[in-house]
Design a protein around this ligand. Structure first.
Ligand code: ZN
Length: 398
């Protein structure tokens, strides 16, 4: 059956020009071919068009989650992509190292190819990826890395693999120290791809990791509140992070179960250091709190002082650029439609960060629809509606 056109009415484009205020309300017609057909006021719906009433809300480039885990079935921690994707307003999911070279073929065949969302991947430098995450480390010793096979898998999957992931914290590396990070950087250099490095509890230290990175590389969990891993407890590290961000090293939120602190984010943003990208680190132990979804994570950054337009950019064109997706003129006639229709609503929702600290979201991103080509999906937050379960109390989040 041919897809029908989609007419999105009365929405204010935001995020198509980084940093710019939202444009006046308009209509957007997506053709049956999934491409932008017309943008303007009071468009006439073609016969059989599906219609979305934006009611004066917003439309942005499709939300892009730079750090999630969706190799469901191939790792013990991943969620199904549907739980992090179009139904949550996210059109592109970037998997952050769930698969290594030994498991990427299954990820491709069973998850990525059938998905409605675009799924891209940072390939774990550890061959086994996150098969038994945090129980059997993917970087247990030198046998964990196979440079030849890693290079071959990337070359065979250049359409999907956008970089190399390395989790560089004590629980993963044990006594191996920073050596795997150096090997990962070497492999990324050979492949001319960016790195995504997870920082957390040292060793290795955040400082010594930053010294190895190049412009275009991504530090995820940038606002973690771990002792020895926080950027607000050490002025030398703070200065280094600011210098690296200026050089083009990308600070990515990667909220997760253990890696986002309201306090660290608030101080950083107050001092003028904004994250390059906002991402969830959604997995099976962060989905039902403290992360919930992309919209809640975006709202958390808004709540600690990040401007609305900057939050939108950090959740759309910035992460898209980090993985090599085009970001120019995304509403131009002829471009493939990848859009998120959302509202910004008043709220008094109380939510926790990864340390268990409470914050209040006074304004909430509410995804309404996601458009991926000719696919139109109704979207909502994963979090229970207000009044049902305001705060996760399961106590399981370290
Ligand atoms: Zn992760």
């Amino acid at each position: 059956m041919d897809a029908q056109p989609i007419l999105i009415r009365n929405v204010r484009p935001v995020g198509f020009r980084p940093g710019a205020a939202p444009d006046a309300a308009t209509d957007i017609l997506v053709g049956a071919d999934g491409r932008i057909a017309q943008v303007g006021a009071s468009l006439i719906p073609p016969p059989a068009a599906r219609q979305v009433d934006g009611a004066g809300g917003f439309v942005s480039p499709g939300w892009t989650d730079l750090h999630a885990h969706v190799w469901h079935g191939g790792t013990d921690i991943s969620i199904r992509p549907q739980l992090a994707g179009l139904q949550r307003g996210v059109t592109t999911i970037v998997d952050a190292g769930s698969a290594g070279e030994a498991t990427f073929h299954g990820f491709r065949e069973y998850i990525i190819e059938p998905a409605q969302e675009r799924i891209l991947a940072f390939l774990n430098i550890g061959s086994i990826g996150l098969v038994a995450c945090n129980r059997v480390s993917e970087l247990i010793d030198i046998r964990s890395i196979d440079i030849d096979r890693t290079l071959a898998v990337v070359e065979a999957n250049r359409d999907l693999i956008v970089g190399i992931k390395c989790r560089a914290s004590h629980v993963i590396l044990g006594s191996w120290g920073i050596t795997p990070v150096k090997v990962a950087v070497k492999v990324a250099k050979i492949l001319k791809l960016p790195m995504m490095i997870h920082v957390g509890e040292p060793p290795p230290t955040y400082d010594e990791i930053l010294e190895l990175l190049r412009p275009g590389d991504v530090i995820t969990h940038c606002f973690n509140g771990k002792a020895g891993g926080s950027i607000i407890e050490d002025e030398d590290l703070w200065d280094l992070v600011v210098k690296c961000a200026d050089r083009g090293i990308r600070l990515d939120v990667g909220h997760g179960g253990a890696s986002f602190s309201f306090k660290v984010a608030e101080v950083a943003i107050e001092r003028g250091l904004l994250p390059f990208s906002i991402s969830t680190d959604l997995h099976d132990h962060s989905l039902n709190g403290p992360v919930w979804d992309m919209a809640t994570t975006m709202s958390k950054l808004l709540s600690v002082g990040m401007p609305f337009e900057a939050v939108v950019t950090a959740s759309t064109t910035a992460p898209m650029s980090a993985v090599g997706l085009a970001t120019d003129d995304l509403l131009a006639v002829g471009k493939k439609a990848e859009l998120t229709v959302f509202d910004l609503v008043d709220s008094d929702l109380k939510v926790r960060d990864s340390q268990g600290a409470l914050g209040t979201l006074t304004r909430m991103f509410e995804p309404r629809h996601a458009v991926m080509g000719s696919t139109l999906v109704r979207a909502s937050r994963h979090m229970p509606k207000e009044g049902e379960a305001k705060v996760c109390t399961c106590g399981a989040h370290g």
